[in-house]
Design a binder for this molecule. Sequence first.
Ligand code: NAD
Ligand code: LMR
Length: 338
Amino acid sequence: HLHPSNHQESSILRRANCRAKGGAPGFKVAILGAAGGIGQPLAMLMKMNPLVSVLHLYDVVNSPGVTADVSHMDTGAVVRGFLGQQQLEGALTGMDIVIIPAGIPRKPGMTRDDLFKINAGIVRTLCEGIAKCCPNTLVNLISNPVNSTVPIAAEVFKKAGTYDPKRLLGVTMLDVVRANTFVAEVLGLDPREVDVPVVGGHSGVTILPLLSQVKPPCSFTPEETEYLTNRIQNGGTEVVEAKAGTGSATLSMAYAAAKFADACLRGLRGDAGVVECSFVASQVTELPFFASKVRLGRTGAEEIYQLGPLTEYERVGLEKAKKELAGSIHKGVSFIRA
Ligand code: NAD
Ligand code: LMR
């Protein structure tokens, strides 16, 4: 954080201040909820990303400590910390990407929807700030329940007149990361060689892995399909139960969020063929939001891919997913419209 407390320090740091202000090449990224279980390792991973020139760390508690800590890493990004609602504007202004892992996590026995009461309001407040301070930013929304918080964000942006569906991305990357890991395990492959599309949403049966479209091409027995689908759909609960009341996935999530943000940054830079799964405004089904493969470009989610051919098992799964998703989307939309 480059706010020297006295004149001498101020003159010693003048070149550093020049670099921060002059805009070293790269993108400006903010993390909202940066002191949390996801936020802290995510801050570290984004500080390690060579495409990031400025990293803003915002939280309502503890962000000064996390900022001091991460800022000592000898990587390129200039790190600045922001604490509390009155500093939200500073955290957001000028940002190319805003990543939001703010909000409470699950404890054993809870569904993601049980988080709605608290997290809906947090997401609304943060998105009102985005609409005001950086309406053109790319939003990576992690806070649960994603199936409802993305519709909430969209409604906030619509109300403010800033909504661009291409720039609002629900982060479902952890489902893909898990699917790649579990499928690789069954196939006896290195997970880095495996690519599993996961569509639908980010909760229980709405998480729909398309095992018939795994790369490299392969086939599964009905038992393997059932096992993998269940394990991928319940991956979050597996972690919540193992953590026994201390939280939900944070490290694998930070990894997934950093992987997704890196794809967004490469898209913004103009790289060709950057494709990842994300929960976005969509016409792939009759629902207004749906997760599927999207192509990330200079303006966000520039192309949304159809689901492709599905097996009977996947078609049944899709119907179940859509039924639950419709309710979660409606709940999010009504929260703002009501
Ligand atoms: P956590 O409680 O460890 O951290 C959350 C942080 O958000 C805290 O530091 C808290 O101070 C901060 N916060 C609360 N209100 C805020 C506000 N108004 N503005 C800014 N910051 C605020 O929780 P966590 O484990 O980091 O999880 C965060 C969220 O991410 C949860 O809702 C969780 O369910 C969700 N999550 C989503 C995925 C996914 O795949 N999309 C995966 C894992 C977790
Ligand atoms: C996950 O999938 O790990 C997250 O959505 C957190 C949770 O509550 O399961």
